[in-house]
Write a new protein. Sequence first.
Lengths: 315, 359, 559
Amino acid sequence: MTQATQSVTVLDPEGISLKSVSLWNITLRRLRRRKSAIIGLTILSILTFIALTAQWLAPYDPYTPLIGIEEVKAREAPCIHLLGCPETKPQHILGIDGNVRDQFSRLLYGARLSLMIGFSTVTFAIVIGTVLGALGGYLGGWVDNVIMRFMDVLLAFPSLLLAIAIVTVLGPGLINALLAIGIVSIPAYARVVRASVLSVREMDYVSASRALGGSMTQILFRRILPNALTPLIVQGTLGIATAILDAAALSFLGLGAQPPTPEWGSMLGAERNQVFTAPHLVFFPGIAIALTVLAFNLLGDGLRDALDPRLAHVS
Amino acid sequence: MTTYILRRLLSSIPVLLGILFVTFALGRWIPGDPCRAILGEKATDAVCNDFIHRHGLDRPIPVQFGYYIREVAQGDFGRSFRFSKSVNELLVERLPITIELSFAALFVSIIVGIPLGVISAVRHNSWVDVLTMLWANIGVSMPVFWLGLMLAYIFALALKDTPFQLPPSGRLSPGVLTVPFYEVWNLPLQPGSFLYGVLDFIARMNILNSLLSLNFEVLRDAVRHLILPALALGTIPMALIARMARSSMLEVLGQDYIRTARAKGLRQRVVIMKHAFRNALLPLVTVIGLSLGGLLGGAVLTETVFNLSGVGRILYDAITARDYGIVQAFTVVIAIFFVILNLLVDISYAYLDPRIRLD
Amino acid sequence: MKRNLFAILSVMVLASLMLAACGGGGAQPAAITIEGLEEKDFAPVKYEAPNCEYGGEFKSMEAVDENTVRFTLCVPDPAFPSKIAFSAFAVQPKEYLEFTGATGSILEKPIGTGPYYVAQWERGNQLVFKRFDAYWGEKAKTETLVFRWGSESAQRLLELQSGTVDGIDNPAPDDFAVIEADPNLQLKPRPALNIFYIGMNNTYPPFDDERVRQAIAMGIDRQRIVDNFYPAGSEVATHFTPCAIPNGCVGDPWYEFNPEAARALLAEAGFPDGFKTKLYYRDVVRGYLPQVSNVAQDIQAQLKANLNIDAEIEVQESGTFLDNADSGKLDGLHLLGWGADYPDQTNFLDYHFGAGASKQFGNKFPDITENLAKAAQLASDAEREPYYVAANNAIRQHVPMIPVAHGGSATAFKASVEGAHSSPLGNENFAVMSIAGQDTFVWMQNAEPISLYCADETDGESLRACEQVTQSLLGYQIAGTAVEPVLAESYEANEDLTVWTFKLRPNIKFHNGFTLDAADVVESLVLQWDAAHPLHKGNTGAFSYWSGLFGTFLNAPAE
C-alpha cells in the first residue's frame, strides 16, 4: 500500500507537468493566431506597464491641487503645446479636474487601481467559488443542495443591485465594494467548478486514486480540480472585465472608491454634472474603463477559443 | 412536460424563501437610523423614538421577520416610510417605467442585434463581419452610465437645433399631460379595485397608453424621450445578441442539412431564412431571456443618468434613505421576476429543442 | 413567426410616428371640488395648555371671532412673526382637514388660498398647477405652472438651454459664467443666508485642546476654498451667522489665515508633526456647500500641506451622518452647514451652541450659552446686541467649529422671463413671473416634492411647491426676508411679547370656494401643536418644523 501510493506520487508531478506544458504550448500557439487576443494582450501589457510605472510617467502628483502652484483653473480644458496651446501655459494633455489636479496623472494612477480591482475580486471569487463548488460537487447530497440553493439565491438578484445592497450594509469604500463584487461573482465560479467535478467524479482514474487510498483533499486538488482549470481561466478573464465595470458603476454611484483616490469610476461620477461644461473630465475616464474592459474581453474570448478542444480544427 | 414544469416550480420554492430571508436581512443590516434618514436633520430625539415605535422597528428581529413573511404571503408589502404610501401603490407607480424602458432597450437590441449577427455570419470574414464584431466587443465593454452621458451630450447638446436633437431626461415634455386610456374609453371603474390597479399599471406605460388612447402627440413625445435611455441600456444586450446570433448561425450554416438544402438548389435567401435562422434561434432565446434580467441592474444606472424615476432609481434612493419597505418589496419583486424568467427560459428551451430530455 | 412579430411591431411604430404629427390635446381638469365636503359655520374656539411645564412655547390659541386669532405664549418671543410666517404653518379649510384626517389625499391635493391650485401631480414626472381665478390678491400672471425636477445640475441647465423649461434652481457654480454669458438666459443670484462650517467635537482628543482647534482655524485658507469652489455671490464667513441677519456679524471677525502661527500653536499643544484624524461628510449638495467632494478634498490637502494633519475622508450616508453628528459620535472633523428657516439669530446660534443644542460639538461653553439665553429674552435688536457680541467673541475664542463660507447659489431663467427672482429663503414666487405670449411656465428644481402637506415636510423642494398653493398668516417679502401680512392684514403684540393678536383679511376664498375664518387658522395649527389631536397625522407624523420652532408638542407621548 505504501509502495503503491509512493509510486503514484512519483509519477504524478511528471504526468501533470508534461500535460500542462503541452497544453500551454498549444494554447499559446492558438492564441497567437487570434487577432483579437493579440490586441487584448497588447492593450493589457500597455496598461500593466502604465500601472507599474505610473509614478515616473505621471507629470504631476495625482493628489496635490495645483492652486497657487500654477496658473490654472478648476476644470480647464486640455492644453497640449503640439496642438497650438500657447507655450506660456503649462501643458495638461487631458485638462484639469474639479480639484485643480492634473487629469492625465490621475488617469495613469487609475490604471493601477482598476487592474488591482479586477484581479483581487476575481481571485477572491475564484477561491471561494472553487471551494464551494468542489465541496458541493464532490460530496453531493444535502451539502451540495444547500450550497447550490444558496448560489441560486445569489443569482436571483441582478448582480449590480445585490452589490449595491451589500455595500450599503458594509458601508461605502473601495474594500467593501471589492468584497461586494467578489461575493456576487462567486456563484459563476462555483457552478463552473461543480460542473467539472461532477463530470469527472466517477471517472476511472479518480476511482482508481480513491481505491488507492488518496485523501479527499488530495483527490480533489490533484485529480479533479485540474480539469476545472480551463473553464476557470476563461471565466476568470471575462470575470475581470465584469468586475471592473461593476466597480466603476459602484464608484460612479459614490459607493466605491472614496476621494481623493484616483479611481476611474469615481472620477467620472464626481464630474458627471460637468458633462456639458467640461466633457473631457467625463470622456477620458470612460474611455479608460472601456479600453481596459475591452482588453480583458478580447483576451477572454481568445482564450476560450484557444482552450476549447472542440474548436481545435477551426484554428 | 407538466411534471418537468412542476418540478422546476417546486425547486424554486427554497430559492424564493432564501430571497425573502436575504431581503429582510439586508433591510435590517443596513446601518443607520431610518428616522433621521427620512425626517431629516431637524428631527428631535422624541420625534424619532415615536416614529420608530409607530413603525414597529423596536420589536425583536425574529418577530419582525414573522410579520414580514405573513404580510408578503398576503401580497402586502407594507408601507414606505418616506412616501407614506403602501408599497403596492408605489410598485404600480414605478414598475411600468422600468418595464417600458427595459422592453424598449430589448426591442432595440433585438432589431439591431439579430440582423447584424445573421449578416455577419452569412458574410463571414467580410468587412461587415469585422465591423460588427468590433462593435460587439466595444459594446459590452462600455460602462452604461458613461455611454448614457455621452449620448446625452451628443444628442442633446452637440446636435442641438438639428432634427436629431433628443431630450436628455424625463419621460414627457413639460406640459404634456397624459390621460389614462380607461378614462378615454369611459370605462366605469372603482378606484382601488384590482382591475383598476391592473389597468392603471398598463396606463402608466406612456407608449402603450398613448397607443390605446390614440393620442399620437403624446406617443411621439414619449418615443423621443425613450430613445436615448433605450439605446444606452440596450447596447450591451445588443452586442451579446449579435455575437450569439453570429456564432449560432455559423454553426448551423456548417451543418450537413444546410449543405443539402443548398445542393438541392434552393435560393440562398430561403436557405438562410427558412432553414438556418430557425435553428439558430434556439440559443438566442436564452441570451434574450437572460439579458432582460441583466437589464434591471443596468436600469439603476440608466435611470440615474436620464432622470427616470423607475424601479432602479427608487431602489437606490430607498437603500440610501433606509426605506426598508421599499428595499424589501422591490428586491423581492425583482428577484421573483428573475426566478420566473429563468424558469420560462428553461421551459421554452425544453419546448423548442426536442433533443433536451425533460427529466 | 418571429419575423411576423417584427413586421407588426415596426408597422405599429412607423404608423404611430407618422401619425404623431397630428393628434389631439389632453383634457383640462376643472377647479377643485371635493364631493361630500360641506362648509360649516364659524364658531369661536379656544385651545389651552393646562400649564407651561410641558416644554413648548404655546400657552393657548383662540379663534376669538370670525376674523380674529389670538395666541398666548409661555415666554416672550420677539421672533414670533418670523416664525409664524413659515410655510409649514399654512392654513387649510378645517372641514377639509377633518374630511381627509390630515393625511392621505391631502398629501397630494392641498386646498389653500394661494394664487395657484394643484391640477395634476403625475408622480415621477411633473406637478401641474393652474391659476386660481378667485385669488384675493393680484392674480397669477401665467395660467399654468409646471414643476419638474432633476437631481443633476447639468441636466437642469441643458433643459433650460434647449428651451424645454423656463427657469431652473441651483445651476452648478461652474455654470454661472456660462449663464451670464448667454444672451438668452439670466442669472439671479440667491443671497447667502446660510453657513458652511468645519465641526469638531471637543470631547475627543486632540480636539479637546483649545489650541489645536485654534490652530486648525488659522491653518485653513478659507479664501482659497471660496475662490475655487464657490460661485460668485459667496463670501468667506467672518462669523457663524450671515450679516444679513440682525446682529449676525457683531463682535470680532474670524482668525486670519496664518499657517506659521498655526503650526507654532499646534507644536505648543504637543503636535509638532501633526496627527492623524478623519474628515466626515455626507455627499449632499446644499446651498452652503455646492461642491461637497471638491471642498472636502481641498480641506484634506490643506490640512496636510499647512499643518501636516492626515485626515482620511469618510463619506457617510446622509441620515447616518446627521445622526452621528447630533449624538456626538464623530471623532474627527466634520463638514456640515445650516440654512436659515427664519431670519433670526436664535435660528443660527441657539440651535448650535445654546444650552439646548445637541452634542455635535461636545461640551458646551457657559460664556456662550449664558449670553445666548439672555439675548433670546429681549425684544429689540439693539438690546440684544451686546450679548451677541459677547457670544460671537466667545465662539471665536473656543472654536467649537470653523465657519468657512456663506454659500451663494442662484436660480436661472430665460432672458424673456419677467419678474424673475430668487429668494434667500428658497421660496420663489411664480405667480409674479411670466413670459409674454406664453400661458405655461415651467420650473425645474432639484427633486420631486415628497408631499404637498407642508406642515409635515422639511425639504425645500416640497416647501417651494406648497408655497405656490397655501399661505400662512404672514409671509416673507418676495425675494427678501422681511415679514409681511398675508392672510392677516394686521397683527399686534402686548408689551412683553407673549400675547399676539392677528386680524384676518375678510372674504378670502379657498380653492374649493370656502371662506377663510379664524377657526380654519386655529384648526390648521392646533393639530400640529397637540400630539394627541386626532388629526396629528400628516405624512410621517413628525411635524418637525413645529417642534423645531416652538418646542415640545402638547401631550407629547411619554418616553
